[in-house]
Design a protein around this ligand. Structure first.
Ligand code: SF4
Length: 441
């Protein structure tokens, strides 16, 4: 009988794409992928170090795994596994911890791990994680996350990702085009280009061999591919030629997610970010000039050490005046082995919480304003498979979340719709010009 494996993924899109790849590798070797509660023989838990309380979350998932399958092999992989392998190995119920360089070799280690009597740690230094492991998610969602790049050479003072994922490295252009063709052949309509520092694409075998714009041009030619979304891109790498290219492309959608982190130049300096607010504002202005309907999401961190009321006020005002569509607000938390953890003037927890609250309200206001600006327009929606209380959801090309009456025929279909108004739940309601109304009644 086939052995069974179940997965649990914490964290970002990159982790989802990597879980999906490990799952495919295991299925190819005869494993049956099952749900978390279906008594698997092996659990693979893909962890994240950015998540607050990574430790607590990991413990909780391991406990749950043990409850459902007391005899299963529990393997922990991912960023947190790379950063704290010994700590994780001590969590009751963990059988093995695999670091960044080892996680894609899980199958090679599986027999040894199964025989071992004590928790095993296979985590080399992150500098060993030089190889690029191609990944994309399939069958998990309507959209596919295609990993184009991994690791980061930037050294922002608050960030542990370079410690967990190693140096910047990328998949080759030819291989990515081939992956995109396979994804299209499997019926997926939208590819989300994912990476740790996606815009830094092009470092292959330790040398810069290409630029992101070249990758964008090549993927834009993939026949049958309906939509390409760039997951997140550093402002200093979002050159105007990329913006112009997206504006002209039929496949790249007008949606940008651009980390800002702070609207104070002083704090940006302390964060060791590679741009200042003026450059950020210029990027937003150029996007809006070329694509007035573009959706722009912004990452921002509140409570960075030394962030005064004045710095925060600057951030708030900067964001308030900027033509953006939503925020992802992160509350700064101290991370071991970063530069920022040694900085003076930590911001009290209550102040961090209040700043976060204010930016969440600002984000709601921005999103509402953006949605309102879209009412009356005609857009394309890609409908997703989830059903909730008789409704289904989808996203327009410019990332407006649409709600419609459930219709299985719409799943994974792109439909032209009229955006008619925002409902009580904050979703856009739509009517489909040629067919029956999709309005939730
Ligand atoms: S760009 Fe900065 S924040 Fe982003 S992964 Fe690299 S070091 Fe971390």
């Amino acid at each position: 009988m086939n052995r069974k494996v179940a997965f649990y993924t914490l964290g970002c899109k990159l982790n989802y794409s990597e879980t999906s790849t490990i799952a495919r590798q295991m299925e190819e070797r005869g494993f049956q992928r099952v749900g978390f509660q279906e008594h698997p023989d092996v659990y693979v838990i893909n962890t994240c170090s950015v998540t607050d309380n990574a430790d607590k979350k990991c413990r909780k998932v391991v406990r749950e795994a043990r409850r459902h399958a007391p005899d299963a092999l529990v393997v922990i992989v991912g960023c947190y596994a790379q950063l704290k392998p010994r700590e994780i190995a001590e969590i009751p119920g963990v059988n093995a911890v695999l670091g960044a360089a080892e996680k894609f070799r899980l199958l090679d280690h599986l027999e040894d791990l199964t025989r071992a009597q004590t928790p095993q740690v296979l985590a080399s230094e992150v500098s060993e994680a030089r190889q690029f492991h191609a990944s994309y998610s399939l069958n998990d969602r309507t959209r596919t996350f295609l990993k184009v790049q991994d690791g980061c050479d930037y050294g922002c003072s608050f960030c542990t990702i370079p410690l967990a994922r190693g140096k910047s490295r990328s998949d080759t252009l030819d291989h990515l085009v081939a992956s995109a063709q396979d994804i299209v052949a499997s019926g997926v309509k939208e590819i989300v280009l994912t990476g740790v520092n996606t815009g830094d694409w092009g470092i292959i075998d330790g040398k810069r061999q290409g630029r992101f714009i070249e990758l964008a041009r090549a993927l834009d030619e993939v026949e049958g591919l309906e939509r390409i979304r760039i997951s997140s891109i550093e402002p200093n790498l979002l050159h105007h030629d990329i913006i112009d290219f997206v504006a002209e492309s039929q496949r790249f959608v007008p949606h940008f997610h651009i980390p800002l982190q702070s609207g104070s130049n002083r704090i940006l300096g302390l964060m060791r970010r590679r741009y200042r607010r003026e450059l950020y504002a210029a990027r937003v202005a150029h996007i809006k000039e070329r694509m007035p309907h573009a959706c722009i999401g912004v990452d921002v961190i509140v409570g960075f050490p030394g962030e005064t009321d004045e710095d925060f006020r600057e951030t708030y005002q900067f964001l308030n005046e900027l033509d953006i569509s939503y925020l992802h607000v992160f509350t700064y938390s101290e991370r071991p082995n970063t530069l920022a953890v040694q900085f003076e003037q930590p911001v009290p927890a209550a102040v961090r919480a209040e700043r976060s609250r204010m930016l969440h309200i600002l984000s709601d206001k921005k999103r509402r304003h953006f949605y309102e600006s879209q009412v009356g327009s005609v857009r394309q929606v890609l409908f997703e498979a989830d059903v909730e209380d008789g409704s289904m959801h989808g996203f327009t090309e410019n990332y407006v979340r649409v709600q419609a009456k459930y219709d299985p025929l719409l799943i994974n279909e792109i439909k032209t719709v009229h955006l008619t108004g925002i409902n009580a739940e904050g979703f856009m309601e739509v009517t489909e010009p040629e067919f029956q109304p999709l309005v939730h009644s």
